[in-house]
Design a protein around this ligand. Sequence first.
Ligand SMILES: NC(=O)c1ccc[n+]([C@@H]2O[C@H](COP(=O)([O-])OP(=O)(O)OC[C@H]3O[C@@H](n4cnc5c(N)ncnc54)[C@H](O)[C@@H]3O)[C@@H](O)[C@H]2O)c1
Length: 320
Amino acid sequence: MDRRCVVTGAAGFIGSRLVGMLLDEGWWVAGVDAFTDSYDPEEKLARAELLRSNPRYHHVTADVAETDLDAILEDAEVVYHLAGRPGVRDSFDIPLKYHHDNVLATTRLVHAARRAPAVRRLVYASSSSVYGNAALPFREEGPTTPLSPYGQTKLVAERVCLDANDAQLETTALRYFTVYGPGQRPDMGLRRFAEAALEGREISLFGDGTQSRDFTYVDDIVRATRLAAEADVAGLAVNVGGGTRISLNEVFELLAELTGGPVSIRREPFARGDARHTGADLTRAHERLSFQAHVDFADGYAAEVAWLGERSRVALRTGS
Ligand SMILES: NC(=O)c1ccc[n+]([C@@H]2O[C@H](COP(=O)([O-])OP(=O)(O)OC[C@H]3O[C@@H](n4cnc5c(N)ncnc54)[C@H](O)[C@@H]3O)[C@@H](O)[C@H]2O)c1
């Protein structure tokens, strides 16, 4: 029988990659995305265009916080909820937009999923930002003290999902740790650093570079997200991280090797809302999802830098 699912945020960095995996597995996918202005919508439109070439993909251009969701969810078995407004810094300036895309959209979707006859599981893309500067490694049952409106909205949305868990609709929240790889969002540090280095520009760095992140390769995140639709994780938050903490100074050393030249850095004060360090306790991910990251940081970042290099060569050729 045809298996159907819904992916919200299907034109996004991670969502589009997840849709690709689901289509490869033979699923029929309804992708919902409003092509919001969080960054250049052209990048999102281009991803949706590629997905549309598969006859098992159906795109719905709509705002999850406003559209009628019943028809979209009607035959779906699983809902992957990745639509959201990411990014810590902007969230201080436009908190209501974050509330709309993260809290309101999630609340409406969870309500609709409870009404939908076939939906058995909802997987939510939460964030390591819910932890703030908690003690390392971050544990799911430990304190959550977000440092920004973004982190706050992800935490509220996560609660909305998990509190709805029952025998009819199973819900789970995956706490993604900084996701990177080909296709990464233009506002994210690793992409900004690599673009500056490839173009011979100065890298602007918030802080002294000692801050560290548990970076997670996009294909590892997507695999964990798929596993969460089937595994024994109902009602739980689960960390998904790459398993190693890398400082930004280590990132710059690797970037110099990958681009074949020294990178020049302009230091600016630490940014408001950024955690100093992130690191996932992956015990639950191992035990419940049988998840382990496959891609180490050096290989994953090399793939991202190669993708960016190819992108700029194409732009030069086509004059775009
Ligand atoms: N990238 C990361 O490192 C990371 C880390 C933790 C959590 N997350 C979460 O994972 C999800 C995907 O992140 P991403 O990096 O792919 O971001 P992204 O911005 O590339 O993708 C999100 C997509 O959702 C769409 N969208 C936003 N609000 C919408 C709405 N109200 N209705 C319909 N569509 C809407 C956007 O147009 C966008 O295409 C987000 O929820 C984000 O908070 C990402």
